[in-house]
Write a protein that binds this ligand. Sequence first.
Ligand code: IVH
Length: 677
Amino acid sequence: MDKDRARERIEELRTIIRYHDYLYYVKNQPEITDSEYDKLFAELRSLENQFPDLITSDSPTQRVSGEPQKEFKTRQHTIPMISLDNAFEESDIFDFINRIKRFVKRHIDIDFVVEPKIDGLALELVYENGLLVAGVTRGDGITGEDVTANVKTIKTIPLKLMTDDPPPLLEVRGEVFLSKSAFQMINEQQEEQGKPPFANPRNAAAGSLRQLDPSITAKRPLSAFFYAPGMIRGLNVSTHFEFLQKINSYGLKINPLVKTVKDITEIFNYHRYLSDIRDSLPYEIDGVVIKVNSLELQKELGETARSPRWAIAYKFKPRQAVTKINDIIVSVGRTGTLTPVAIFEPVDIAGVTVSRATLHNQDEVDRLDVRVGDYVVVERAGDVIPEVVKVLKEKRAITSTPFKLPDKCPICGSKAIKYEGEVAIRCTGIDCPAQLKERIKHFCKKDAMDIEGFGDKICDQLVEKKIVKGIEDIFYLTMGDLFKLERMGKKLAENLLNSIEKAKKTEFYRFIYALGIRFVGEVTAKKLAETFKNIDNLINAKEEELKSIPDVGPVVAKSIFTFFSEEKNITAVKKILSAGIVFKENEKVAGFFSGKSVVFTGTLSSMPRGEAKKLVEKQGGIVKSSVTKDLDYLIVGEEPGSKLDVAKGLNIKILSEEEFIKLIKKEEENKVTGRLL
Ligand code: IVH
């Protein structure tokens, strides 16, 4: 395609994609399937790859770009972002309306707009001639943090307004938030990574938006509703409600529950209604915002130093109660994290009886200084698990003692330790029943022992039905055992037993990796296999020896050492080995990719992915599925996905398919020559 034609098609594709983004993210009414959308996107990406000088910052392909920043720049708001006065009782609303009437000194009927008060964080967007030029947090109200690169990753936010006639300047304010389900997902990930969980969706949203690395924000499903103007030039509207409709037509999401009301009874009804449906909404709200609809009247009313006179936040009743902690128990999660859980006198909070709340980790216990016997304030936020928010220290018994998590797992008795840089304390027992499912899934994985057919469902059932009580039991499974599983036929059972047999012959490094020692990935496992050659050497390795291996730092060394200082783990490892595992001679794989990690994106034209993966492995490399900052190479085929943008942003070496093939050929030739000499 020549450049002029490409330019035309690129513009056309961008318009079509923006339209479908709007339907999907803002309207929730997609007109095309995901794969049709992906095709349009891939076509745009491929044209932009061919003609990189045609890439513009508002292209839908440019949502993640740029390198991680060292710190945020600041940006002053053209108009300060002041906040709202709070009302808690019906009488506060009567006062609010009477104050307005007194202020204007004449009799008027006032229309109001009522909106949910979204519990997220305030954000201002700046559109100049329809293009998004800045995204700024509220900050201190005068100056905020410039989070433009992060804002661009939020799919509900248009990079370009959907209008042929955009106002020269549109500053618009709204609330960025995470849905309750996204919040739970992110906290599960935090736990797996040994990071502290977020206490509520608002903190998680703030933590996600204020990331210095936009590629992390891009992975968090942030969303936003817009509800107020900043500085505006060239927009002709006379009411707040019209303003909302106008920005919505530009592709900015507004809350679907927003409506106009005519009197105080309607305001109270709306407040009651939202309070009733609050728990069933997918996002957190903490009240109703009431705003004078007429923009002229808003202007006349103006604001005090703190807040506008024309709006107020009518908060819901706090969902808190006071109760007494009867016990603090320790639960062990599926990845071995020891979590303190407060067990208290059952108490009713806004219609739901609660009797336990997670205390997250030792840091949180220390911060609250919460003890058994304490009276505490417990808060329930929507369907999110209750939280202990405060200890009533004045009611504390003098005999109480601080709570400390144990240094042994309460389930299996193995050592529980805290690694540097993590807040979680983790159990190190390989056979810990609390972690068995995850350990077994990891053990059977393709890159680990590669037991074909042992997917998550089979592993779960084997543990649930108590057929497998320790990893070694996998190697003693019989047809009879497998028949106890759901939907298990003779053929499938035979295949599974065959895969187990096949997996017994493996490489030493795979076995080490399969043990699931914290921080020991494939690359470290390979280094350990090369260094120690057999399991006894590895078991007996001193912490210092481990530390001296290139790329094994003190935290990793400590993890390996602790794992093998647990007698129970050594017994378990030996039991697994004596189930008939034999190690193939550790072929010393060397080559261009030796010790390097590689990710593929796009379609390779010369060979299937599986074959390319084998070639990389033959040359000592490891193929991974996602782009992280430690990745060594990204190999790019046709129609690459977003991985290419992420990799560019992280400054990762990028190889085209041709370059990759050339490298492999060159290495193979070297090997042949080497042999001839
Ligand atoms: S209007 C000058 N509308 O609540 C008025 N604010 O306590 C600007 N908020 O800072 C705010 N939902 O972060 C408005 N529908 C809504 C809102 C809302 C949530 C937040 C916003 C504001 C805070 C005030």
